[in-house]
Design a protein around this ligand. Structure first.
Ligand code: TPP
Ligand code: SF4
Ligand code: MG
Length: 301
């Protein structure tokens, strides 16, 4: 695993951008662009990421970037990849489609599924801040149960979609789950994906102080706590072979009980209205999912 001191020193995310203080997207985008050595073309739909990127001529990101319509991130990336191939540049440049959970799991899923079926040649990275944040925190299909948003006043009732599993079902060469709180895990997965051809899907949990209602200084602490609880699990599936990575691999190896989800839930204002029963339901869901991951790891499946 790459160490933080070993990350490339060239910066592609420039000082100063319009994201909120403590936003997880900035931490991650910095290492994602480093993992691709800036040799990339991005396609980005409407989202907090477009806000972070800024408007010409004051962009905060020093790589080619195409803003596209909400449902078409993957379709635009497929076109950009075909264009690079026609120009004989496909080996030098990586196409990175990067979108939020709403733009991926709800509105962009059709184009993404089509690209995965065709095994188009680009990396798709979904940064999951667990709601439609850019428009003021509406629930998405990836918002966790119990979270209060402007469209779920009493807390969302459903558990989130398991988007990496949906992508795995397309039999693409690489699927990974990571967290912006672990920059070297993000770096290693993007660097690995860069060397693979076809559709590579990376799902990245991305804490959002504004929408989750916590102090911006706690972004990394909360992101790590989510992994300690098993709410977020770090893993990769390479050519169908599942493997836990980083902290999640260490937790599975230790074999001890994970931190109770109640500790994580207590850190964020969005969960304030949750009852003890609702917390217990989330705990049961997390336990079952974690047991499934550990079983897959042991089976080397
Ligand atoms: C077709 C379409 N519908 C709705 C919008 C309004 N809109 C812009 S950004 C956004 C939220 C995007 O949520 P997500 O993809 O999760 O990214 P985030 O804002 O959380 O970073 C919405 C609903 C739009 N731009 N286009
Ligand atoms: S609302 Fe959340 S995801 Fe969006 S810029 Fe602010 S902290 Fe980042
Ligand atoms: Mg979102």
């Amino acid at each position: 695993m790459t160490r933080i001191t070993e990350l490339p020193t060239t910066e592609y995310v420039l000082p100063g951008n319009r994201a909120c203080a403590g936003c997880g997207i900035g931490i991650a985008l910095r290492v994602v662009t480093k993992a691709l050595d800036g040799k990339m073309v991005m396609t980005v739909p409407a989202s907090c990421l477009t806000v972070l990127g800024g408007m010409y001529p004051t962009s905060s990101v020093n790589v080619p970037w195409i803003n596209v319509a909400f449902p078409s991130t993957a379709a635009a990336a497929a076109g950009a990849a075909a264009g690079l191939r026609a120009m004989g540049k496909a080996d030098d440049m990586t196409v990175l489609a990067m979108a939020g959970d709403g733009g991926t799991g709800d509105i962009g899923i059709q184009a993404l599924s089509g690209a995965a079926e065709r095994n188009d040649d680009f990396i798709y990275l979904c940064y999951d801040n667990e709601a439609y944040m850019n428009t003021g925190t509406q629930r998405s299909g990836l918002t966790p149960a119990g979270a209060r948003t402007t469209t779920t006043w009493a807390g969302k009732r459903e558990n989130p979609k398991d988007l990496p599993r949906i992508m795995e079902a397309h039999n693409i060469p690489y699927v990974a789950s990571t967290s912006a709180a672990y920059p070297t895990d993000v770096f290693d997965k993007v660097a690995k994906a860069r060397e693979i051809h076809g559709l590579r899907y990376i799902h990245m949990n991305t804490p959002c102080p504004s929408g989750w209602s916590f102090d911006p200084k706690d972004t990394v602490r909360l992101g790590k706590l989510a992994v300690e609880c098993g709410i977020v699990v770090l893993y990769e599936v390479e050519d169908g072979v599942f493997r836990l990575t980083g902290r999640s691999a260490a937790l599975a190896k230790a074999g001890k009980a994970l931190t109770p989800v109640a500790e994580y839930i207590a850190t964020q204002g969005r969960f304030k209205a949750m009852t003890a029963d609702a917390v217990a339901e989330v705990q049961a869901w997390v336990d079952k999912r974690w047991a499934g991951y550990v079983a897959r790891e042991r089976a080397g499946e």
